[in-house]
Every structure is written in C-alpha cells, then in structure tokens.
Design a protein around this ligand. Structure first.
Ligand SMILES: Cc1ncc(COP(=O)(O)O)c(C=O)c1O
Length: 332
C-alpha cells in the first residue's frame, strides 16, 4: 500500500486512544461491539476536535497567526478546544457564538471563557445569515489592531482539519489488525462532517473493507453526502500529491436528530443513562448520544449487516452539564 502524504501536524492529542470491546448487557444480538475512545484524546482537549486541530494549528502557525478565530454554538466543543489550545500556545482566541447569552455560563462556554477567549454572541437568525461576514469582519478588526488572525471554519471541518481523521483511520486500521477485525462498520456522529470525511477517506486507503456510517445530528443525509465529497475534493486539490481519493465507503443516516440540533428527546436521554450505568461510558446529548442511540436502534432492527461494529466516541462530556435538568435520573 502506498503511504498517504500528510500535511504538517502538531502533536497535541494523547494518541493512540484505547480501542476496546464494548459489551452491552441489554443488547442481545450477535454482533461484536467495539469502542474507539476518542473522548480520551485529552482532558480539556478531549474529543475529536483536537485531532483536527493538530493539522489546523500547524497551518495557522505556519502562516504566522497570533490569534485564532472560530465559531459554533454556545456549547461548542470545538470552540472550547480551540480556546484551550490558543491559551496553551500563547495565541489570542475570538469565538463567534450562536445562541442567547445565558445568565450564567456553563459547560464548554464557561471553559472557553476561563481559557481567556473573547466571546461574541449572536442570536441564531443573525448568526445563520451572517456567519461568513461576521468571521471576516472580526478578522479585519483584528488586522486593524495589528493582529494576525487565522479563521478556523465550523468544527475545523475543511480540507486541512479532515486530515485529523485520516490519521485516526490509520490508527483504527492498526486496531483492527491487532484485534482481528476484517470488515468492520465504523459509526460516528456527523455535525460539521469533518470526522466522517476524514474517516471515510482514511479508511478507504488503510482498510478498504471497512464501511463508515455517519449519524447526522443536524443537517440532512444529502447535505452530509455532498459536504463530505466537497471537503475531500478540496483536500485532493490542495494536497495534490497526498494520495487521497474520493471514497465510496460511507453513508449517512439522519433519522435520529429528533427536534433539531442540540435538542434532545426522552428515548435519547434514557439511552445515555442506560449506557452509562451498564458500561461506564458517558455519552453527550448533542453528538455521541444521538449517534450511539441511532447505532443501537439500527442494530435492534437488524439494519447493520457487519459482524463488527465500531463506535467512535468523539467526546463532548462538557455538553452534559448544561442539559442537567433534562438528564435528571429518578433513582428508585
Ligand atoms: C463531541 C462531538 N462529537 C462529534 C462531533 C461531530 O464531528 P464533526 O463536526 O466532525 O462532524 C462534534 C462536533 O461537531 C463534537 O463536538
């Protein structure tokens, strides 16, 4: 197999992350379940974002940036990870956030503030309509102040960040070999699409027999199919000698979003509680909970044919706390 040629990367995550069987007592089917613990890539840098930011930050520093600008929801894991990395590297950080400012900050937003990020909060409608210009306006303002900003797109999901999950696919292929998995199905949450794009492109190269299922937590399956193609095409164009190719090994399910992005539902919360109590794995209600719930439901309905199913736990634990009311457990 030809090696892929990776762009420059900083080592920021604790890698490799553990890969383990995940026996679930309440699942009675015959599939073998596994978990890739990317929630353990770090503490404040936990989750999938740090893998992408290894490449994004290398790119920003190579351009001489002294301030990172990025965007997301008030509880964005990506914004928190960017703020912490900026603090660690002596960089400024400005976050364009979507939502209504809470009376008291919590979860990821609180951590981003503690890490010194400057927050700019916009209502959902304004954010949705004006995001590109907001990023540019804030960037231009920083330039006027003599700073050198670098804009990171939502979730660091672009032709640079997706390399984080191409690299993760290489790690997974080693995990599969060590544990004897021949043609597994890899399941992940799809939020901005970079994790899915990287896994699909990387596994097509390192483990062509594997398939990837992205469980959408916001937009439609058609959106993610197009988005993944677009990001990979962007990477192939920009890194033309990298060896990447367009994969045909993935699909997207958008049936588990519920009422909308970051909006939960009872069966989701119950699933999160059941998995935590039975396995010690904590899922979050915005991303990993929906993906895991979807994976289990599809398994129960016998819609997944592979005998090895690998869930990529992409982190998100700080998103549990702002949902504390919905997630209350009534112990007997
Ligand atoms: C915890 C967590 N899991 C999964 C995702 C989805 O990853 P991606 O944005 O690469 O689709 C995100 C971010 O969107 C996340 O914060």
């Amino acid at each position: 197999m030809n090696q892929l040629k990776f762009p420059p990367r900083l080592c920021l995550a604790q890698l490799p992350t553990p890969f383990k069987p995940l026996p679930i007592p309440t699942y009675s089917g015959d599939r073998r379940l596994w978990i890739k613990r990317d929630d353990l890539t770090g503490s404040l840098l936990s989750g999938n974002k740090v893998r992408k930011l290894e490449f994004t930050l290398a790119e920003a520093l190579s351009q001489g940036a002294d301030t990172l600008i990025t965007c997301g929801g008030l509880q964005s894991n990506h914004c928190r990870a960017t703020a912490v990395l900026a603090a660690e590297h002596g960089l400024g950080c400005e976050l364009i956030l979507r939502g209504d400012p809470p009376a008291v900050s919590d979860g990821n937003m609180l951590l981003a503030q503690l890490a010194g990020a400057k927050l700019h909060i916009y209502g959902a409608r304004e954010y949705q309509h004006k995001l590109s210009s907001l990023l540019v306006d804030h960037s231009e303002q920083l330039v006027r102040e003599g700073r050198r900003p670098y804009i990171i797109p939502t979730g660091a999901s672009d032709e640079v960040g997706l390399w984080g999950y191409v690299k993760a696919a290489q790690e997974l292929a080693n995990d599969f070999q060590s544990e004897g998995l021949e043609s597994p199905l890899v399941v992940c949450a799809a939020g901005s699409g970079g994790t899915l794009a990287g896994l699909a492109a990387g596994l097509a190269h390192y483990c062509p027999q594997a398939r990837v299922l992205g469980v959408a937590v916001c937009d439609s399956a058609a959106y993610f199919r197009a988005r993944v193609k677009e990001d990979i095409a962007g990477a192939m164009k920009r890194y033309s000698d990298s060896g990447l190719s367009v994969p045909d090994n993935y699909w997207v399910n958008d049936q588990y979003i519920g009422p909308g992005y970051a909006l939960g539902y009872r069966s989701l919360y119950d699933c999160i509680a059941r998995i935590a109590a039975n396995t010690g794995v904590i899922l979050d209600p915005v991303y990993t909970g929906k993906a895991f719930y979807g994976m289990l439901d599809l398994l129960e309905k016998s819609q997944l044919r592979q005998s090895d199913i690998v869930f990529v736990h992409t982190g998100g634990i700080f998103g549990v706390f702002p949902e504390r009311e919905a997630m209350q457990i009534n112990n007997p």
